[in-house]
Design a protein around this ligand. Structure first.
Ligand code: ADP
Ligand code: MG
Length: 227
């Protein structure tokens, strides 16, 4: 059976978010404090310790910058952009790494796609997150199909990103987009939350459907004009 979840309403759970951020930042801080303490007691830290400290600092920095996206004011630099360029840019960015691990992108873009009023860098971040999830869902390789078409009656552009990965279980499905929900050993569970927020800011929708063991489709719908 196919599981479908729609959401753009479940986002602003501010309390949950704040608690999550505090927790995620406190863990690396605890590690860092422990190592500084160790250094005071026993003298110089090993390279291994320093490497761990660096990666913990990077982690804090990453979490803070993800949340800055959310803190950004709603009205900002919208421009008329060609969604095909945005998609192609992000595919190029990941393509060599992807093909190295046997993941290949296939695109099917309709010819006449109107320009979209959007924040280019934010949409880039969304597609980057979703492409990365697709790649990570296919550890032994596979194809990511990116489809783009224009629905004239709706004045909307529809982007579908389809992978052949592990799929999403019925239990996991309702938790997607929850801050820090991840099933990956080194995941952070922020990608979908941030993506959903960005798409909601664009007055668009994001729908995820999946069959366990077969793959996942992420469908993003964006109005040509936001109002
Ligand atoms: P992260 O990638 O750091 O885990 P995300 O917010 O991007 O965080 O994704 C949250 C979770 O949603 C993932 O851990 C995974 O379980 C699930 N998920 C998202 N996209 C896919 C996909 N294409 N295929 C399978 N599972 C997915
Ligand atoms: Mg992710």
């Amino acid at each position: 059976t196919e599981e479908v979840i729609r959401r753009s309403e479940k986002l602003s759970v501010v309390g949950q978010l704040a608690a999550g951020v505090a927790h995620e930042i406190r863990n690396p801080l605890t590690t860092l404090r422990g190592f500084v303490q160790l250094n005071k007691q026993q003298g110089s830290l090993s390279d291994t310790h320093l490497d761990i400290m660096l990666s913990e600092l990077d982690r804090i920095n990453f979490i803070v910058s993800e949340f800055l996206v959310l803190a950004k004011p709603q009205v900002s630099e919208y421009e008329q952009a060609d969604i095909r360029n945005i998609l192609n840019d992000m595919i190029s960015l990941l393509d060599s790494h992807a093909s190295f691990i046997n993941v290949h992108f296939e695109t099917s873009f309709e010819q006449d796609i109107p320009l979209i009023a959007c924040e280019v860098n934010q949409l880039k971040q969304v597609f980057l997150n979703i492409f990365k999830n697709a790649i990570e869902a296919m550890p032994t390789g596979g194809i990511i199909t990116v489809k783009l078409h224009y629905v004239q009656s709706d004045e909307a552009v529809v982007i579908r990103i389809i992978d052949q990965g592990r799929g999403i279980s019925t239990e996991e499905m309702p938790r997607l987009g929850e801050p820090f929900f991840t099933t990956k050993p080194s995941g952070n569970g922020l990608g979908l939350m941030v993506s959903q927020r960005i798409i909601a800011n664009h007055k668009g929708t994001i729908v995820i459907s999946s069959k366990l063991g077969e793959g996942t489709c992420v469908e993003i719908r964006l109005k040509v004009n936001r109002s």
